[in-house]
Ligand binder design. Structure first.
Ligand code: NAP
Length: 249
């Protein structure tokens, strides 16, 4: 069994895929989960294996409790006890004002972004906590700079779901700090990934980049670097912290 075992939800594309590749290069056995895009997940696994790494892809909707249980059970069986979790799977929906949002949309966004992260964190803590016979570990939650900016006229629901992630990060970090588990978050700014197409504006980074103090969008790899640092022993006294990877925004 490998001693560094990571689960990255939504590891088939974007920030999750970059994090998976970097983690594998740093010696983690990696399990990525994905929702629908099997070919993208296969591509990440193939790239890692080509470089001599160990990786596994599991289809699992983080918003479904049974899927989350199956994801963690599969990792227990195939790779061993998880030591690092990246709560990365997240969605946003078409840009609109709050007064246009219906309950179904709000349920989808909060289920994937908030409940999904809670369920995965719960399963990770059950395995990592020294109070429950575990050997400790680290969790990184993907928030967003939108949690601070609010995303007006675009997706206040998404921003609020990331605000919930910030609070969960702070609270859970304190809850499990004495049990060998560190919990931190990363708040990316505008990063070049497919997520902006889900909002109906694939070119969003180009539109908003002039408002970023560094005057450019970020790359997924730049976010992955922060995630990997927070999971590593180099951040051994850091917990309950959120790192903004947002070009100064
Ligand atoms: P992305 O390119 O849209 O990729 C999303 C990933 O999540 C895909 O692997 C997708 O799987 C998976 N996924 C979506 N819903 C899921 C569900 N219910 N269960 C399991 N997996 C699911 O997203 P990204 O831009 O890399 O974003 C990653 C994280 O960073 C998200 O939490 C996002 O909110 C956050 N973030 C991104 C930005 C940005 O500018 N890109 C900024 C701030 C924060 P499939 O491939 O199967 O669809």
């Amino acid at each position: 069994m490998d001693d560094k075992i990571m689960i990255i939800t939504g590891g088939s594309r974007g920030i999750g895929a970059s994090t998976a590749r970097l983690a594998a290069a740093r010696g983690y056995a990696v399990c990525i989960s994905y929702l629908n895009n099997r070919p993208a997940a296969d591509e990440v696994i193939a790239a890692i294996e080509e470089d001599g790494g160990r990786a596994l892809a599991v289809q699992a909707d983080v918003a479904q409790e049974a899927d989350v249980l199956r994801l963690f059970d599969t990792v227990d069986r195939e790779l061993g006890r998880v030591t690092a979790l990246v709560n990365n799977a997240g969605i946003l929906e078409r840009q609109m004002r709050l007064e246009q949002m219906d309950a179904a949309r709000l349920s989808r966004v909060f289920a994937a972004n908030v409940i999904g992260s809670f369920l995965c964190a719960r399963e990770a803590v059950r395995r990592m906590s020294t109070r429950q016979g575990g050997a400790g570990g680290a969790i990184v939650n993907l928030s967003s700079i939108a949690a601070k900016l609010g995303a007006p006229e675009e997706y206040v629901d998404y921003a609020a779901s990331k605000g919930a992630i910030d609070s969960m990060t702070i609270g859970l970090a304190k809850e499990v700090a004495a049990e060998g588990i560190r919990v931190n978050g990363v708040r990316p700014g505008v990063i070049y990934t497919d997520i902006h197409a889900s909002g109906g504006e694939p070119g969003r980074v180009e539109r908003v980049k002039s408002a970023v103090p560094m005057k450019r969008g970020g790359q997924a790899e730049e976010v992955a670097q922060a995630i990997l640092w927070l999971l590593s022993d180099e951040s051994s006294y850091t917990t309950g912290t959120l790192i903004d990877v947002a070009g100064g925004r």
